[in-house]
Each structure stands twice: as structure tokens, then as C-alpha cells.
Ligand binder design. Sequence first.
Ligand code: ZN
Length: 89
Amino acid sequence: MYELKNHMEAVSRQALKEYMTQVTLPCTCERCVADILALTLNQLPAKYYVSLKGEILTQWESQTRPDQAKVMSAIVRAAKQVEKTPSHS
Ligand SMILES: [Zn+2]
């Protein structure tokens, strides 16, 4: 009935989507995008909370805005790293 969610993940996914509309990445396949997200989240503190399964947005989530500049710079760093050393040829 309940599940753990990482608010930082939701925020990073959204920020990455926005980043990809502004910047042309060398590869935007599922693997590379997942790699960028993983590297981004490894740089940021996790913000877990409990939510009801299937709940789209909690009140807490919609009111909490982590530092966007911090998230964005983590994404840029992660994207550069994946660009340099992609997981596939
Ligand atoms: Zn790729």
C-alpha cells in the first residue's frame, strides 16, 4: 500500500528532460539517459519519503523545491561523463 520514493529522483528526471530540450546530447538512447540520471543522483543527497502507492504527487512533494542550480550542475557533470565514457559503443 505504501512505497518509498526519492524526491530527488523525480526532480532530476524533470530537470534532465528540460536539459535535453536545450542541449543536444551525442546519444539520447534509453541506456545513456539512464546512465546520466544514475550519475546525477549519485552526486545528490537522496530525499526519501513514504507515499501511497499510485499517488502522483504528494502535498509535501509539490511544496518542496530542492536547489535547482545544484541539480542542474550535477546533470551537466553526469552528461559530460557519459559523453566521454558511454556504456555502449
Ligand atoms: Zn546511448
